[in-house]
Design a protein around this ligand. Structure first.
Ligand SMILES: Cc1cc2nc3c(=O)[nH]c(=O)nc-3n(C[C@H](O)[C@H](O)[C@H](O)COP(=O)(O)OP(=O)(O)OC[C@H]3O[C@@H](n4cnc5c(N)ncnc54)[C@H](O)[C@@H]3O)c2cc1C
Length: 416
C-alpha cells in the first residue's frame, strides 16, 4: 500500500486575513516554522476595518511594521461630536499614554497587503494562496489537516504541532470542530462608503447623533474619507450609495455624489462568541472566534490581540508537547475576558449610535455633552474607545513570553 506523504510544520494557519497574517508574521519572526493557507489568490479589495488602535500599533512594532503602518495611514487625534444643532464636545486621544496618542486609519485591504508582503519575505513561513483547509483531525500527539486547492484539484495532508483557525466570520472550521454558536444580529443596518474628502476637516473624525439617525465620518489616507450612517429604510429601489449620499447631505450638510463613492456597502452588525477558543492543540483567533458590532471599531483589533496572545503561547509550547495545556487554558480565559470587555464597548457604541426620535436623542445629547465637558471623563472615554483598558491577561508567564516576541530568541527545535 502506498503510504501518504505529509507536509510538516510547527504551526499551520487557516486564513490570512489581518489576524492569521499577523500571527504568521509573529511566529515566523520568532523562528518557528509556519505554513499559512489562504483560499483567496489576492488580498481582498473591500476596505472593512479602518481603525488601528494604539495597542495594536505597539504589537506591530514586534514585526517592525508599526512605522510603515503609521506612514501609510492617517493619524486621528481627535473626534468632534455633534447633535442636530450644535457641537457637543471633543474626544481627544492626545492624553493617551505615548508613543501612539492617536488612532491610525488604514483600509483593511492595505493592511492585509502589507502583511502578505512581510509573510512572503520571512524564510521560515510558507504562504500558500488559493488553498483551502477542508478538515482538521487531532490525536494526542499531532494535528492533521486536509488542504485542497480552492478551485478544485488534488488535496494534500499537513501534519503540525499546533493549528490556528483564523478563517473569519464566514469560515466553516469552527463548525467542523463543534464549537460554533449562532450569530445574534442587532436587527438594524448601516450604509457605508469611502469617497474623496472635500470637507476640509483634515485629520479629524466627526460623529453626528441626531433624532433622524447617526453618521460617522473618519479621515482616510490618500485624501479619502469613510462615511457610515444608520440605514433609515430597507427600500431596495434606492441603492446603498444613493442612501448614503442622502443621509450625509441631510445630517452633515455635505454633498457627496454617488459616482464619487469608491466603495459602498450595507452591513448588519452581529454578535457571536464560540463555545471554546481552544480544542486540544487547535485555537481560534479573530472573527473565527468572535464577532462584534463594527461600530466602535474593535473587531479586528481584538483579533490582533488574540494572535498576539496565541503567538506567545506557541513560542513557549512548540517543541515541548507537555505543559502547553496550562498556557492554552490561560489563553482561553484571557481572550474570553477581553472579548467581554470589547463587546460591552461595542454594545455601548451601538446604543449611542442607534437612538432615534427627539426624546431618546435628547437624552443621548445630554449624556454625551455631560461626559465630554469633564477632562477626567474625556480622558477615560479616550482610553476606553482606543482599547487601552482592555485587559491584557493575568498570566505572568504569558507576559514574559510576549516580551520575548518583541526580542525574538533562537529558532525553536525542529520537531515536526
Ligand atoms: C463594515 C465593517 C467595518 C469594520 N470596521 C472595523 C474597524 O474599524 N476596526 C476593527 O477593529 N474592526 C472592524 N471590522 C471588523 C474586521 O473587519 C474583522 O474583525 C476582521 O476582518 C477580522 O479579521 P480575520 O483575519 O479574523 O478574518 P477575515 O478578515 O474574515 O479573514 C479570514 C480569511 O480566511 C480565509 N479563509 C476562510 N476560510 C478558509 C479556509 N477554510 N481555508 C483557508 N482560508 C480560509 C478568507 O478568505 C479570509 O481571507 C469591520 C467589519 C466590517 C464588516
Amino acid at each position: 500500500m502506498k503510504s501518504q506523504r505529509y507536509l510538516t510544520t510547527d504551526v499551520a494557519i487557516a486564513g490570512a486575513g489581518p489576524v492569521g497574517s499577523f500571527l504568521a508574521c509573529l511566529l515566523g519572526s520568532a523562528g518557528l516554522r509556519v505554513r499559512v493557507f489562504e483560499q483567496r489568490e489576492k488580498p481582498p479589495d473591500r476596505s472593512m476595518a479602518i481603525g488601528i488602535m494604539p495597542v495594536s500599533l505597539r504589537r506591530f512594532a514586534a514585526i517592525g511594521l508599526d512605522a510603515r503602518i503609521i506612514r501609510e495611514g492617517t493619524a486621528v487625534q481627535c473626534a468632534v461630536v455633534h447633535d442636530a444643532k450644535r457641537e457637543l464636545g471633543r474626544l481627544s486621544f492626545a492624553t493617551l499614554p505615548g508613543p501612539h496618542d492617536y488612532i491610525v486609519t488604514l483600509p483593511q485591504s492595505t493592511l492585509v497587503s502589507i502583511l502578505w508582503q512581510r509573510l512572503r519575505a520571512l524564510p521560515n513561513v510558507t504562504f500558500a494562496t488559493g488553498m483551502r483547509v477542508e478538515k482538521i483531525d487531532q490525536s494526542s500527539s499531532e494535528t492533521v489537516a486536509d488542504i485542497c486547492p480552492a478551485r478544485g484539484g488534488h488535496c494534500e495532508k499537513i501534519r503540525c504541532g499546533f493549528f490556528a483557525v483564523c478563517d473569519g466570520a464566514h469560515g466553516s472550521l469552527r463548525g467542523l470542530l463543534g464549537v460554533d454558536t449562532p450569530v445574534k444580529p442587532y436587527g438594524m443596518s448601516f450604509v457605508m462608503g469611502d469617497a474623496g474628502d472635500e470637507t476640509g476637516w483634515g485629520n479629524v473624525a466627526h460623529l453626528f447623533f441626531t433624532p433622524g439617525g447617526s453618521l460617522e465620518s473618519f479621515p482616510l489616507p490618500s485624501g479619502r474619507r469613510r462615511w457610515v450612517a444608520l440605514a433609515d429604510s430597507d427600500d431596495r429601489t434606492e441603492t446603498t450609495g444613493a442612501q448614503l449620499c442622502r443621509r450625509v447631505r441631510k445630517i452633515a450638510a455635505v454633498r457627496l455624489r454617488e459616482a464619487d463613492l469608491l466603495d459602498s456597502s450595507r452591513f448588519t452588525p452581529q454578535r457571536r462568541l464560540v463555545r471554546r477558543y481552544v480544542k486540544g492543540r487547535i485555537a481560534l483567533c479573530g472573527d473565527a472566534a468572535h464577532v462584534m458590532s463594527p461600530i466602535g471599531g474593535q473587531g479586528m483589533n481584538t483579533g490582533l490581540a488574540d494572535a498576539w496572545h496565541f503567538a506567545a503561547v506557541l513560542v513557549a509550547a512548540t517543541g515541548q508537547l507537555n505543559g502547553y495545556e496550562r498556557l492554552l487554558a490561560g489563553f482561553e480565559r484571557d481572550r474570553r475576558l477581553a472579548f467581554r470587555h470589547a463587546a460591552r464597548r461595542a454594545a455601548c457604541s451601538m446604543w449611542i449610535g442607534t437612538r432615534r426620535g427627539r426624546g431618546a436623542s435628547g437624552l443621548r445629547s445630554w449624556i454625551v455633552r455631560g461626559a465630554l465637558s469633564f477632562p477626567a471623563a474625556t480622558e477615560r472615554l479616550a482610553a476606553l474607545f482606543s482599547m487601552w483598558t482592555i485587559p491584557e491577561g493575568t498570566d505572568p508567564v504569558l507576559h514574559a513570553l510576549q516580551k520575548r516576541l518583541i526580542a525574538p530568541g533562537p529558532p525553536a527545535p525542529d520537531q515536526y
